[in-house]
Design a protein around this ligand. Structure first.
Ligand code: GLO
Ligand code: MG
Length: 345
């Protein structure tokens, strides 16, 4: 059982405006200062950034101006007692990244993606953090024959190496997702991410961020994905949330679709003493479109409350009885024990 406290983090995109592919935003834009105010209320200490969340319009700024703006952001965070958890280069929203960044068929787009990622390293270091999250959103295909998967692997490693070479302090957490926005992603699972890291110039500085919904979309159990990464010492962040089967990425409240699956994720984090590693618990959850603006952070509060309740559930789990069931190979009894424990008040 861990004695360390969990640290929670939030990204500005987690307080969304309710837009979906079939309808426009239904809530007003939330200013960054209001995100910080919400983070205070929610008891979140870490802020997750896209590069242009930290430095808006960075494509039109010089490298030194980018650093100056990031330093100003750092002072703001310091004043409020926040720390930056990571910076993710937002390649997927820019026109240059229309066909992917690192694996685009256009060499100019690939160069742009690498340069922008290096600027994200500058932003991270100015914010006082060393973690770059690489969500390879459009690194994949809608038409399988449009790209060469062998070349794509090499291009991903080239990009990883470029980021690592931007600073000896930079670490990368790859956040795999099997699909959406692309049909087939080149880095769909934790196994792929860790294999790329192992082939990089400095494997010690490449780890992963696991999002529950992304693992479910890959047909995998998030807690097993976490266990695999934890065993390798590579779980450097999590995006806890939930997902109702193989649909679009739902980013539901943690535990909302599969409470037992959420329990299992907390169980493996507790077993590995994740809290003691100092890594954050992020909730990559989305407010429902129906939610009114003044209560559009309830999904974050609920996710955190569910997480903390599940920590209690894991800690109070009758481990000795479970061990007896396992020793007797009576897995039906173990099943009953787990279900009764989850159902108990
Ligand atoms: C989308 C991803 C996205 C990333 C974020 C940080 O499916 O989960 O929200 O986590 O952009 O890179
Ligand atoms: Mg995510």
């Amino acid at each position: 059982m861990s004695s360390a406290s969990y640290r929670f983090s939030i990204g500005p995109w987690n307080i969304g405006r309710g837009a979906d592919p079939f309808g426009p935003p239904v809530r007003p834009a939330v200013a960054f200062d209001d995100v910080l105010a919400a983070a205070v209320n929610l008891g979140f200490e870490g802020i997750q950034f896209h590069d242009d969340d930290a430095v808006p319009d960075l494509e039109n700024l010089s490298p030194s101006k980018i650093v100056a703006e990031a330093e100003a952001m750092k002072r703001k965070l310091d004043g409020l007692g926040f720390v930056a958890e990571f910076v993710a280069p937002r390649l997927w929203e820019h026109a240059n990244g229309i066909d992917g960044g690192y694996t685009s068929n256009d060499p100019a787009a690939r160069r742009w993606a690498i340069e922008r990622s290096k600027r994200a390293v500058d932003v991270a270091l100015a914010l006082g953090c060393d973690l770059i999250v690489m969500w390879p959103a459009r690194e994949g295909t809608a038409v399988r024959e449009s790209k060469d998967p062998i070349a794509a692997s090499a291009q991903m490693i080239e990009a990883i190496n470029a980021i690592l070479s931007a600073s000896p302090r930079a670490r990368i957490a790859i956040e795999p997702k099997p699909n959406e926005p692309v049909d087939h992603a080149f880095v769909p699972t934790i196994g792929h991410a860790l294999a790329l890291g192992a082939r990089s110039a400095d494997p010690a500085r490449v780890g992963v961020l696991i999002e529950s919904a992304h693992a479910i979309l890959a047909g995998l159990d998030p807690s097993d994905e976490m266990g695999f990464a934890l065993a390798a010492g590579k779980l450097w962040s999590v995006h806890l949330n939930d997902q109702n089967g193989l649909k679009f990425d739902q980013d539901k409240v943690f535990g909302a679709a599969n409470l037992r699956g959420a329990f299992d994720q907390v169980r493996v984090l507790e077993a590995a003493d994740y809290a003691a590693s100092g890594a954050f618990i992020g909730f990559d959850v989305k407010a429902q479109r129906t939610q009114a603006a003044d209560s559009a952070t309830a999904h974050l509060a609920t996710s955190k409350a569910v997480f903390l309740r599940l920590v209690e559930k894991v800690r109070s789990f009758p481990k000795q009885t479970a061990a007896q069931c396992i020793a007797a190979r009576d897995y039906e009894a173990l099943e009953r024990l787990v279900l009764e424990h989850l159902l108990a008040a």
